[in-house]
Design a protein around this ligand. Structure first.
Ligand code: SAM
Length: 270
């Protein structure tokens, strides 16, 4: 984050015309060294997830939206920690955090993703206890985090929806790598999406970015059967990830405004 701030500061200075002053006072050589230092720092200390989460929650805040954070595929708690940290950083302290995972690692791969051997059964195995331990070590207030342990095709049901009081989704992270795991997630999140929800796919560019594998195939099929949902590409992140802004369309294909979900109305039951 320090890198991001440094970057932003330099950009602002550039815009403000201070660069000429710095150039004159440092001399051409020192000035170009400073620029190089900035580029190298950005490369070395870059944390793509942290940058993405900062952008996502800042975007939600700027749009005057609010809602909950849903994560599918939690493993070590790295991305959950980012979500918690940056939701709070931008002042979205009413956000609740829902963590869905088997904690058994990846399931058996179906035929769809076997063709390109990127992932294996059992990869990313962890435990719920370890997940909470990691969150606590990172000073996450775990009373705001609810885990839903189990295989997605079993836990992502109407019963779970009725049991959890999830409001609309502000940010959703899909980080489960493979096609079969992504399908039930997408069906599950439909009622929580609003115009403005930020939807993150951590493995968008896996499988050589083929639309016939992994998360991309699941999304392609999901959009075909949910014509009211449009995904507007937002920012790529961390090498393999891609984020989208959700648009919910009316029957004429026009984007519905998110007014119903604005912050002041958030406490209304859905
Ligand atoms: C790449 S890891 C997630 C990494 C995590 N976001 C982090 O920051 O550490 C993928 C996770 O998805 C979970 N997973 C994949 N398919 C699943 C399924 N069908 N049901 C439940 N959990 C699943 C695995 O248990 C694993 O923890």
């Amino acid at each position: 984050m320090a890198t991001l701030m440094f970057h932003v500061l330099i950009e602002r200075m550039l815009k403000m015309g201070l660069v000429k002053m710095i150039q004159d006072s440092l001399g051409e050589d020192r000035y170009s060294n400073l620029r190089m230092l900035k580029e190298n720092m950005a490369r070395v200390f870059r944390d793509g997830h942290a940058d993405m989460y900062y952008q996502a929650f800042d975007y939600i805040d700027e749009m005057k939206l609010e809602g909950d954070y849903l994560e599918f595929g939690c493993f070590s708690g790295k991305t959950m920690t980012c979500a918690y940290k940056y939701a709070n950083k931008v002042g979205l302290d009413k956000t609740r955090f829902y963590a869905f995972d088997s904690f058994e690692g990846l399931p058996e791969l179906g035929n769809t993703d076997l063709e390109i051997p990127e992932f294996q059964k059992g990869e990313f195995k962890s435990t719920e206890q370890q997940f909470f331990k990691d969150l606590k070590q990172n000073r996450v207030d775990t009373s705001k985090v609810t885990t839903i342990k189990g295989w997605f095709h079993e836990t992502l049901s109407k019963e779970t929806q009725d049991k959890l009081s999830i409001r609309n989704a502000a940010v959703v992270m899909v980080d489960c790598d493979i096609y079969e795991s992504t399908v039930p997630i997408l069906d599950f999140i439909v009622p929580y999406l609003v115009t403005g929800t930020v939807l993150l796919f951590d493995d968008w560019f896996c499988f050589c970015a083929s639309d016939d594998h992994g998360e991309r195939k699941a999304v392609k099929e999901w959009l075909q059967k949910n014509s009211q949902i449009k995904l507007v590409p937002y920012l790529p992140f961390e090498g393999y990830g891609q984020s989208f802004i959700v648009n919910i369309l009316d029957s004429d294909g026009r984007t519905l405004p998110p007014a119903e979900y604005l912050r002041e109305n958030l406490d209304r039951p859905r």
